[in-house]
Write a protein that binds this ligand. Structure first.
Ligand code: HEC
Length: 376
């Protein structure tokens, strides 16, 4: 009954009443615009401390949300009540000039505390967005924050890798990277992704000065691999590559291609459609740089002292199944498990290139790149 009354009221609201509401809104908008224009000219009045002016500015800002004008007004009026909205705008638009401008405005208005909070408690996507924004702003403060992210292993690998890429965008950021490399403090787990990111730069002077720190690991003949840049242009032999996968590379102990191999890690039958040449090298040389989803390593300690590590393949309320590196399925009753935790390191061992020469590795990558999804 109540429902239909409300409904009736709504539909029968006289047209003139609606119209007069619209007019009132228009009038309010015009008034707010005038207020804002006045405040922008009379720099002596601070809307932050006057509730009435503050509401007028807030109402005005709503009408220009997500635009340059919005940022411009907030910046000029130093309007602190908009800080939250600007932070959201920056993260949402992190890849656009508007997002970067929002970041600059917020840093000036309110310091970095909000962004630091996102870096502490936000989702991984939000953290990567802030890292990206800090790289675009590229001032000392932002670079210091990014350096902290790189140097501590508290953050997820993707966030740390994004921080490397972000630092490489600005001169102070590059300095930070170079200093860390020089002082030998640079985290080993980021070396190969950093080498990969550096090859993308056009700044040859910087590339040359960091090259000596970013040498790739050694291969079978105790020679270091040529720089990634050279690997990227080198081409290999498909037959030799396939042989590497099956034999010296030991890849087929953990990966399936077609009907060959054991499935501990992801099936690689279509890997050429997923990874670029560069990503393929990084996956092989530095497996823990970006561990594929669903293939994280778990470490379990049983009450009898036994330790089991491997990929978690399934779990139920009373049992956990782990596939070990030699493709054995271990069913562990929960009652037997003292401790189980996810590891940061991939189950795929690093240093597999040591079984091969540079040419053999190049051929292996060449072969993997040909493994494409069949057209439907
Ligand atoms: C002991 C087992 C093991 C061996 C040996 C191994 N891998 Fe892996 N590999 C894994 C696991 C587990 C993952 C998934 C976790 C990760 O991404 O690091 C993986 C991931 C990968 C990926 C990324 C796949 C994707 O979908 O993103 C590539 C490419 C790869 N391996 C190639 C190789 C090659 C080439 C070799 C041989 C030189 C090799 N692997 C040897 C276990 C292994």
């Amino acid at each position: 009954m109540l429902h239909s009354i409300v409904f009736l009221c709504c539909v029968s609201l006289p047209f003139s009443l609606l119209r007069s509401q619209e007019l009132a809104d228009d009038a309010q908008r015009a008034k707010d615009t005038r207020t804002v224009e006045t405040l922008l000219r009379l720099k002596s009045i601070d809307p932050n401390t006057n509730p009435k002016l503050s509401s007028a500015v807030s109402r005005y800002l709503k009408t220009v949300e997500g635009t340059d004008r919005y940022l411009d007004v907030v910046e000029q009026l130093k309007f602190k009540a908009a800080a939250e909205g600007i932070c959201e705008l920056a993260i949402e638009q992190f890849a656009t000039p508007l997002g970067v401008q929002a970041t600059r405005v917020l840093l000036k208005l309110d310091g970095s505390s909000r962004f630091l909070e996102v870096l502490e408690t936000g989702s991984t996507e939000e953290k990567v967005a802030v890292v990206h924004l800090f790289g675009s702003v590229g001032n000392r403060l932002c670079c210091e924050t990014l350096a902290e992210i790189i140097m501590s292993d508290k953050s997820a690998p993707v966030v740390r890798q994004a921080a490397v890429a972000a630092l490489l965008k600005s001169p102070p950021g590059k300095e930070v990277i170079e200093e860390a490399l020089e002082s030998d403090n640079f985290p080993a787990t980021l070396r190969i992704t950093t080498a990969a990111a550096v090859t993308q730069l056009s700044d040859t002077a910087f590339k040359n000065s960091v090259a000596k720190y970013l040498k790739l690991p050694e291969t079978a003949d105790a020679q270091p691999l040529p720089p990634l840049e050279e690997l990227m242009t080198a081409r290999g032999n498909l037959e030799l590559g396939e042989k590497m996968f099956l034999e010296k590379g030991t890849c087929s102990k953990c990966h399936v291609i077609g009907t060959e191999g054991k499935e501990v890690g992801p099936n690689l039958s279509e890997i050429g459609s997923k990874l670029s040449r560069e990503a393929m090298y990084v996956s092989i040389l530095d497996p823990s740089a970006a561990v594929s989803h669903n293939f994280e390593t778990y470490y379990a300690e049983l009450f009898d002292g036994e330790v089991v590590t491997g990929i978690l393949t399934s779990e139920s309320p009373d049992e956990v199944t782990i596939k070990t590196a030699d493709a054995v399925l271990r069913k562990l009753p929960r009652d037997d498990i003292d401790l189980i935790e996810k590891q940061k390191l991939s189950l795929m061992p690093e240093g597999l290139q040591k079984n091969m020469t540079a040419d053999e590795l190049i051929s292996l990558v060449e072969y993997l790149l040909t493994l494409k999804k069949k057209p439907e």
